[in-house]
Ligand binder design. Structure first.
Ligand code: BTN
Length: 239
C-alpha cells in the first residue's frame, strides 16, 4: 500500500510505526526534518521530488548481513533509472550518481530482533525527480529532469521503483546473493578508475576502487599497489 502525506517530519519516523507492513510505502510531499547521512539534513523542493520510505521484512537476515539490504535498494534504483534510459552508478555506500552528480540519497533504518537478527528495515529514499535549481551549498546535485531535459510524473516513478525493489528483494529472499553481488559490482561508481580520495585525517591520496565486499567494505588499490579495505566513513570521495 502507498500512504501519502502532505507533510511529515521524516518518512523514516512514520515508517517505524507497527501498522506499516512489508512493501508499504510512506510518501511525504514535504519533510520538515528530512534526514540525510552523517547527521545532515535532506532538503528537497516540496512536490517536485520523491521523499519516501519503504518497509521491508528483513527478519531472514543477520545484523551483520545488513549491507545486503542496501545492495538490493541500490540495485533497484539503478534498475529504475535504466528504465528511463539513465546510466546510474552506485557511489559507495549510499548514493546513486549519474556521471559525477548525485541523483538519489538513501538512508536505511533497521529494527533488530533478538538473537542477532534484523526484524524489519525502512529504506528512506530521496529521488531528485523534477527539481532543476538546488541550494548552492549542495556540492553536486542533479535530477531526472536535469539529466533528460524533461519532467516526470513522480507517482509513476515511485510505482516503477516499488516494482523494481520488490524484484530485487525477491532475489535477496531467494538467496541469489552471488548474482546480486555481480550486478552490484558492475554498477559501482568509479570502479577501476584512478581518482582522488580523502582520509578522515585530511590526507588525500590517489586510489582505484576494485570492488565492494559482500559485507560492505570498499576495496581500494592505492597508487603504491597496496590493497586496502575501508569501512563506512573511513574514506571520502573527492568529487
Ligand atoms: C543522504 O544523505 O544522501 C541520504 C538522504 C536520504 C533522504 C531520504 S528522503 C526520505 C527519507 N526520509 C528522510 O528523512 N530521509 C530519507
Amino acid at each position: 500500500m502507498f500512504y501519502h502525506f502532505k507533510e511529515l517530519t521524516s518518512t523514516i519516523d512514520e515508517a517505524r510505526e507497527a501498522k506499516y507492513q512489508h512493501g508499504d510505502v510512506v510518501v511525504a510531499e514535504h519533510q520538515t526534518a528530512g534526514r540525510g547521512q552523517r547527521g545532515k539534513t535532506w532538503s528537497s523542493a516540496p512536490g517536485e521530488n520523491l521523499t519516501f520510505s519503504v518497509v521491508l521484512d528483513t527478519s531472514f537476515l543477520r545484523v551483520d548481513e545488513q549491507f545486503l539490504v542496501l545492495q538490493a535498494v541500490a540495485l533497484a534504483l539503478v534498475d529504475l533509472f535504466a528504465d528511463y534510459g539513465l546510466d546510474a552508478r552506485i557511489k559507495w555506500t549510499n548514493d546513486i550518481y549519474v556521471k559525477d552528480r548525485k541523483i538519489v540519497g538513501v538512508l536505511i533504518d533497521h529494527s533488530l530482533a533478538p538473537g542477532g537478527m534484523l526484524s524489519r528495515s525502512g529504506a528512506g529514499i530521496g529521488i531528485n525527480v523534477n527539481q532543476r535549481i538546488f541550494d548552492e551549498w549542495l556540492p553536486n546535485p542533479t535530477s531526472m529532469a536535469l539529466e533528460t531535459g524533461h519532467a516526470f510524473d513522480p507517482g509513476e516513478v515511485l510505482e516503477r521503483f516499488h516494482a523494481r525493489l520488490m524484484e530485487r528483494y525477491e532475489m535477496l529472499r531467494d538467496g541469489r546473493r552471488e548474482e546480486m553481488q555481480r550486478d552490484y559490482h558492475s554498477k559501482i561508481y568509479r570502479l577501476d578508475t584512478p581518482a582522488l580520495y580523502l582520509l578522515p585525517d585530511g590526507t588525500q591520496f590517489t586510489g582505484t576502487i576494485r570492488g565492494v565486499k559482500p559485507g560492505g567494505e570498499l576495496v581500494m588499490e592505492t597508487d603504491g599497489g597496496e590493497m586496502k579495505n575501508f569501512l563506512y566513513r573511513e574514506v571520502l570521495f573527492v568529487i
